[in-house]
Ligand binder design. Sequence first.
Ligand SMILES: Cc1ncc(COP(=O)(O)O)c(C=O)c1O
Length: 398
Amino acid sequence: MFATLEQLPPDPILGLGAAFREDPSPDKVDLSVGVYKDRAGNTPVMTVVKEAEQALIASQATKVYLPAAGSPGFREGIFKLVMGEQAAGLRLRTAVLQAAGGCGALRLGAELVQRAQPGATLLLGDPTWPNHGPLLSGGGLQLLRHPYYDPATRSVVLQPVLDALSVASPGTLVLLQASCHNPTGVDPTREQWEQILAVITARRLVPFFDIAYQGLGDDPDTDAWPIREAARQVPEMLVAVSSSKNFGLYRERTGALLVLAEDRDRASAIESHANKAARAMYSMPPAHGALIVERILTDPQRETAWRSELASMCAHIRGLRSKLAEGIMAARPGYDASWITRQRGMFSLLGIARDDVNTLREQHHIYMGYDSRANLAGLNEDNLPRVAGLVAPLLPGN
Ligand SMILES: Cc1ncc(COP(=O)(O)O)c(C=O)c1O
């Protein structure tokens, strides 16, 4: 049966992670895979997560299945975290489904749409996170790409985005990264968001938000602002939430799908279909990570501790951005690197030519995406000056 299958090349991003691990050089720097790293280059378990996990293990009396929609406490906690305290009135109109990470939530959303509108179209900015395509088209959506980013000005190309939305038919889905855009690091400004949401509302399009870095851009509330603003304007939308980065729960596969519906009955019908779609794929979501998040978000003291730990992770990344910009400007007098500090989240699409990306990896052991996406959390005091010095002459522009 499987004789027809040829070996596939490694995943572009995960393959770089594997190559990095095998590189024996003491000078190697990993800016490839998108995980948070501390000053020592580790991706630690957050202190509040460790404590909540120990409390969970100490009190857990069963490993029996969760309900198909997930743990009720987790679902309430995530709803509040993403939609905000003021959105309590929207809760009855919102189906909240626990999912296997942000990836699982994106896929569950696509499967759900497929049940309601087979062959529905989704608009997707270019560039975007490479896994959006396979996850969403694999769930049956037809993808239509539009420009998102101008490398010359390192900003969102607003007019082409608005043009693409303006000609889309009512009911078309629009994938929107709420904050910390992957791979560019460039989010729309508030004014740009307002214009984007105005066209979405006028054309009766359906936002499909992806929020995978809530709290790593500014803070959890600011980073969720576009979602909360959209919720005030549109009758229906989807939100894929990941707890991988902001709770550091990567391997626990923790996330949620929120679906805002026109009314309470619709929300309930959506939940029943999402449960059926999940049942046909994996039955029930994994429990461990979600129960840890639940313990944090339903306990005010733990939540405060989590917000403060997350804020220091966010400040650490911002500090690295400032130091990288300074290092580049020191290595290349007259060059304005302030764009690095204006970007949000862990990523920056540096704009370095592919050959130079390869040279950085092969000769200097600095690993980043082939498109020059760099996870700046991989920098630290030891490696930053060398990276800044090597990257500075390769950046386009003057
Ligand atoms: C933009 C974006 N969306 C969603 C995800 C999914 O995250 P996970 O499935 O690990 O929770 C990621 C992970 O890298 C991401 O970068």
